[in-house]
Write a protein that binds this ligand. Structure first.
Ligand code: SAM
Length: 221
């Protein structure tokens, strides 16, 4: 199977099961028009995040890595009326596109985007007593994933769901000799999760429109 075939299957699944709508499509179009890289989650992955957040009954969601807010919209739609999502983004130009997309989707009141490197904003969330969050989506710069996991645990409670994206990367994650910072960070991230007694986790490799990759899913025990 090739990426092209995976793309065809993803398109079929999106049309038959996942569903989409004008506001989600508009967000992707605005991202493209603004020159953002197409590294957002796929529609099927976005729906998975949405369903997991609903299953967890999440009222407070933390996202690390906003880009144009595509995953933010999927996640914020899982929130109840009094729910809140905080999304952390380093690039102001990404956050500006995301704010417009989120406002167009009617979610501005539920979503706060904090613009700075996440390792600066995460300590503020702890200091401000902003936790615990019910659902944490980690999807920013992969070399910092080990540090993001530590902050996620500080901002968690028993039952918090932690979802980390892009943990397979065409299988590169299995290479212990790799010097690529993203691979090194991902390997350490997975080892920390596997060895953390406060977490029960699994990791799933996936193929689809975004190629061969995978995610790790954990719950704080
Ligand atoms: N979650 C988004 C989605 O699916 O629509 C995609 C996020 S994209 C994979 C990663 C984002 O993380 C980029 O917008 C990038 O600017 C941001 N980022 C990179 N380094 C960061 C950092 N140190 N702190 C916060 N955000 C960062």
């Amino acid at each position: 199977m090739t990426t092209k075939e995976w793309q065809v299957v993803d398109t079929y699944l999106e049309a038959t099961v996942v569903g989409s709508d004008e506001r989600l499509q508009a967000a992707l179009s605005a991202n493209e028009a603004a020159g953002l890289p197409a590294i957002d989650v796929s529609p099927a992955q976005g729906k998975l995040l949405h369903l997991l957040a609903r299953m967890a009954g999440a009222k407070r969601i933390l996202e690390i890595g906003t880009l144009g807010g595509y995953s933010t919209i999927w996640l914020a739609r899982a929130l109840p009326d009094d729910g809140r999502l905080v999304s952390l983004e380093a690039a102001e130009e990404h956050a500006a596109v995301a704010r417009a997309n989120i406002a167009r989707a009617g979610l501005a009141e539920k979503v706060e985007i904090r613009v700075a490197p996440a390792l600066e904003t995460l300590p503020h969330l702890v200091e401000e007593g902003d936790g615990p969050f019910d659902f944490i989506f980690i999807d920013a710069d992969k070399p910092n994933n080990p540090a993001y996991l530590e902050w996620a645990l500080k901002l968690s409670r028993s039952g918090t769901v932690i979802f980390g994206d892009n943990v397979v990367r065409d299988g590169q994650v299995t290479d212990p000799q790799s010097a690529q910072p993203g691979v090194v960070g991902t390997r350490r991230f997975l080892e920390m999760i596997g060895g953390e007694p406060r977490l029960s986790a699994t990791a799933i490799q996936t193929v689809g429109a975004k190629g061969w990759d995978g995610f790790v899913l954990a719950i704080v025990t």
